[in-house]
Design a protein around this ligand. Structure first.
Ligand code: AMP
Length: 579
């Protein structure tokens, strides 16, 4: 059978013969046919087949190196499931994490799935406001975090988080603040044994927040069946094999940090390297060399920073264990692909996906020639197309129908629904979920073109969301925060091209009468944004008493962007980032 393993030797054959049913067979399923549970596939089945002694997660960085074997992870996550149960936190209850890549992250995630609760990981660099919004929108019952993050970002607003029943601190020791529990002590008193309840593949497992152009962040709901797509794509696109040491540099608060920072690699039985330190070119190379990383999944911003540090720096480290490098999250410049070949002896394989897709959808595969600058070709099992756009820059829908464009024409990238890791809902927002589909396609919000050989090329976003250092930033959330400053009466937020970060967030604000547009106020607004929003705050603020508006009175971000980039104001179709 073609899918005897999950490496991809022939793309065309794999596409032809592929079925999701066969892909499901690569996993074990719960014993006695009791369904499909992510935690069982990621951990317990390896223990059951005699690989319990293999290192599952190696955490390195700030607090030193620590290994957790598959057996240890299995027992600790059993304890976490028992703990949730003893706290009366049941199936479907939302368990949030606000953590770096500490060992407790993996224990909590897996324990949460074992209890059929729903994991929602947050970006620890968010400020208090985005955190509160997401905890509230997601009906958080449990939060797992550190004492420092709790004191800084949660405690001051705890009285506004009515549904939050339990806060578990991973490092509180004897002295947990009021209203919190020390996780280590709480786990110590729990039994090692836990039987995963029967799990429907359609049971909700993950809630990932993502941003749109308007309104609150959207909570994309994923189910246990997603593990089928995460597993097979990690084989096809990342070439994972059980003896690999795999390093995914994505933050656990974004979808890559879960799909490929926790789930997929563990389903392959690899050693997952989890580095909790900050970016530093020397230190990153040291990590690659010291831990003999074989497969490395990272992002264009990081690669551009490494390119700036030079190939000579890379040559000082023994990177000979590296077999495969892949990148995701933002456009990967062709020059980086070419440079990597020089610096590392192997190229970077770009791939494309997004929060809603739950797994890689389009990729340059190890067995196929790379086209530098292209995202690659659709996964076996995935149908992708480019749809004709209307005046608003999104796919044009007439009488419920859309039209598929031919080669080399730019339109909205769309996918045929039906793969296992496709989001099943936006939590509490059925309308926005339904609006994401038209004419039998899921509309991705990206603009792309496809060439005659079926390679897809990213052109830009079809909406106003911003990608900064690989993080998706919703302009509305940033504008709303700025409007809370007494000086600001209106705000428009855009992404401005940046050589390293892809884009940086820039705000244009209109001031209330009596405020002076000077440097002191600019600095104050930047600091204000930073305090509230954290890492997604604007890096630059400009004053503009005449923000452009649409006929319905909304700030025209695209026009702001055209002006900022010196592009003709009439031609809004050219406003995407030049490549
Ligand atoms: P997120 O949902 O936060 O993972 O962001 C997904 C978005 O990131 C996509 O819709 C694209 O706009 C962008 N993106 C992801 N991968 C790529 C890629 N390989 N090339 C260009 N843009 C990408």
């Amino acid at each position: 059978m073609l899918l005897a393993g999950s490496t991809l030797s022939s793309y065309d054959e794999a596409r032809q013969d592929f079925s999701w049913a066969a892909a499901t067979q690569l996993l074990s399923g719960l014993p006695e046919g009791r369904g499909l549970n992510i935690a069982y596939e990621a951990v317990d089945r390896h223990v059951a087949t005699g690989r319990g002694g293999h290192v599952a997660v190696r955490t390195v960085g700030r607090s030193g190196t620590r290994d957790l074997t598959y057996r240890e992870l299995s027992l600790l996550s059993n304890r976490f499931a028992n703990l949730l149960h003893s706290l009366d936190v049941g199936p479907r209850a939302r368990v949030f994490t606000l953590l770096g890549r500490q060992p407790e992250l993996y224990v909590a995630a897996l324990g949460c799935w074992k209890n059929l609760s729903v994991l929602s990981p947050l970006f620890a660099a968010f400020g208090p406001e985005p955190i509160r919004n997401r905890l509230t929108l997601g009906d958080a019952q449990v939060l797992v975090t550190t004492t420092a993050l709790y004191r800084r970002k949660i405690a001051p607003q705890r009285d506004r988080l009515h549904g939050l029943r339990h806060v578990l601190l991973i490092d509180a020791a004897e002295d947990p603040p009021d209203g919190t529990l020390d996780l280590t002590a709480a786990l110590a008193s729990q039994p090692d044994h836990w039987t995963i309840p029967a799990t429907s593949p359609e049971a909700m497992a993950l809630l990932h927040f993502t941003s749109g152009t308007t309104g609150t962040p959207k909570g994309a709901v994923h189910v246990h069946d997603a593990v089928v797509a995460q597993h097979i794509t990690a084989g096809f696109a990342l070439d994972l094999r059980p003896d690999d040491v795999f390093w995914c540099t994505a933050d656990p608060g974004w979808v890559t940090g879960t799909s490929y920072g926790i789930i997929a690699p563990l389903t392959h039985g690899v050693t997952l390297l989890a580095d909790d330190g900050d970016f530093d070119a020397n230190r990153w190379y040291q990590v690659l060399a010291d831990h003999h990383v074989t497969v490395w999944y990272t992002a264009p911003t990081a690669l551009r920073m490494l390119m700036r540090a030079g190939a000579e720096l890379a040559s000082r480290y023994d990177l000979s264990a590296l077999r495969h490098i892949a990148s995701v999250g933002e456009p990967l410049n062709p020059e980086v692909v070419v440079w990597a070949r020089e610096a590392y002896g192997i190229p970077v394989h770009d791939n494309w996906w997004q929060t809603e897709t739950g797994a890689i959808m389009i990729s340059n595969y190890p067995s196929m020639p790379i086209r530098p600058g292209s995202m690659g070709r659709p996964m076996p099992g995935i149908d992708a197309a480019v749809l004709r756009c209307g005046d608003d820059g999104r796919a044009a829908v007439t009488g419920g129908q859309v039209s598929v464009l031919g080669t080399d024409q730019v339109g909205e990238l769309a996918l045929r629904p039906g793969w296992p890791s496709m989001f099943r809902a936006y939590l509490h927002d059925d309308l926005r979920y339904r609006q994401a589909f038209a004419g039998g396609w899921y509309l991705t919000g990206d603009l792309a073109r496809v060439d005659a050989d079926g390679y897809f090329w990213f052109v830009g976003r079809a909406d106003d969301v911003i990608k900064s250092s690989g993080h998706l930033v919703g302009p509305f959330e940033v504008e709303s925060a700025l409007l809370e400053h007494p000086a600001v009466t209106e705000a428009g937020v855009i992404g401005v091209p940046d050589e390293v970060a892809g884009e940086i967030v820039k705000a244009f604000v209109t001031l209330r009468p009596g405020y002076e547009p000077d440097d002191a106020l600019r600095a104050e607004l930047i600091a204000f944004g930073r305090r509230r929003l954290g890492a997604v705050a604007p890096r630059d603020v400009a004053f503009d008493q005449h923000l452009p508006h649409t006929s319905s009175g909304k700030v025209m971000r695209r026009l702001l962007k055209a002006r900022e980039l010196g592009l003709p104001e009439g031609d809004l179709s050219t406003l995407e980032r030049p490549r």
